[in-house]
Design a protein around this ligand. Sequence first.
Ligand code: GLC
Length: 537
Amino acid sequence: MSVSEEAALAPAPWWESAVIYQVYPRSFADGDGDGVGDLAGLTARLPYIASLGVDGIWMTPFQPSPQVDQGYDVTDYCGVDPLFGTLEEFESLLEQAHSLGLRILLDVVPNHCSSEHPLFQAALAAGPGSPERDMFHFVAGPGGDVPPNNWQSVFGGRAWSRANPSSEADTDWYLHLFSPAQPDWNWRNPAVGDYFDGVLRFWFDKGVDGLRIDVAHALFKAEGLPDSPSEGGVVDGLRSNPQVSDQEDVHEVYRRWRTLAENYEPHRLLVGEVNLEPARAARYTRSDEMQQAFAFAFVKLGWDPGAWAAVGNELEAARLLHGATPTWALENHDIVRTATRFGGGELGAHRARAALVALLGLPGPAYLYQGQELGLPEVDVPAEARVDPMWARGGVCRDGARVPLPWTVDDRQNYGFSLGASASVSEPWLPQPAGWGAHAVELQEQDPASALNLTQAALEQRRTLWRDGVFTPGDGGTWRVEPGNLLVCERNERFLVAVAMGDQPVQLPAGTVLLSSAPLEEAGWLQPNNAAWVLRG
Ligand code: GLC
């Protein structure tokens, strides 16, 4: 049998049909009552995640960090910050997750580290022209307060800071696409690649099932660090300047990492935060690079059927060109929650449920963000309580999607978020709004019509459709908007997703309705702001 025949017969890898639940550890569950979520809290709540029916968990960073960007500023890539626990606790979490059938993905942050990282500290100390400084982008400025080029930080303000503002001899600036506390690694220095190989091996050796790669498209900057041709952030997603990030050299990193990931059995998964338009992003998931990259053009959509269909068809075109199945998500820790983004209040809540049903029926893997299964709205965190460095530098505030989860109706123990003994429980790191308990897990578990029960039902139905061969790895998506603003995505000849995005009830295409985001008031008709899965024929 030829290799390609063998590959055709081999079972599809687990991640092709997977739904992964994103945990933001600070805000998921607080095991020791200090007001910050941690590994002990997450471990205690693993059975809840398993009960949803997802395949795995992506954990955002918990490695040692000064927490300037809530962990995306790492000082030790192979450790656990005491704020979250210990390495032993992580090992136990991994073992317990595996015994519940949950895979674990970690976040790796290869574009930048913390300015407290020992290698950056060594670079500062070693001075201009040193090999230590070549691990980062240190460049002498033209003089005075003028940085080496016009790049702007994604968080606002310039992307350069002086290495040593008090020294006249040291005129170097260092590059930070994010905050000054997050210096960018110089990936043109091979020692950086070797260093990260070690990081990947460390976690893969421990049995971690995969990695989400932070700002994956930005590791290499244009040779010579030329001025950016347009104003604005140099890696800020769909508005990025291909001349600056998204360099050809970066693909070599992912080829190397794919080989490394496939040296393990079972193979490890790489999923990229590739915040680019579909045709460019799909190049990161060619057959020898990452297996997945989030469909960012989709992640950020508003409630607009034309936009959904256009993006869906663009992603499908990219899939046909590069064989890259889109990886669907509508929420994460960086963007406004769907219930608020899609209109807020009752309307937003309905639409968020419909969007969740649509998401889980689309062809390809999907990611849910913690609290999405509860239909949580964005919280308007009071200005004095905000901690997001992006907001501090003049950008949007991302704290509203990061407020600790409500587990109980009662506000004691921070709505059940803090599991420690009540006498010593501290305030949560971000304040929970009054009435947060109205969204609590404990309440939704008892309510058959809750968002939580809908999520569980959708995930169960999804598994059944995979098992019965209605969903297959080869599925694509053909998108269109029908009269009455009915959005339709035909997954294959047997299955379609429909979302009523207009303001009148619309007739569904013929078939059996397998699932709907709210009960149908009239057979075959979808009420506005609802979604349905239809089995045809
Ligand atoms: C990614 C993360 C975001 C972080 C940024 C810098 O976009 O998702 O939270 O601030 O990278 O690491």
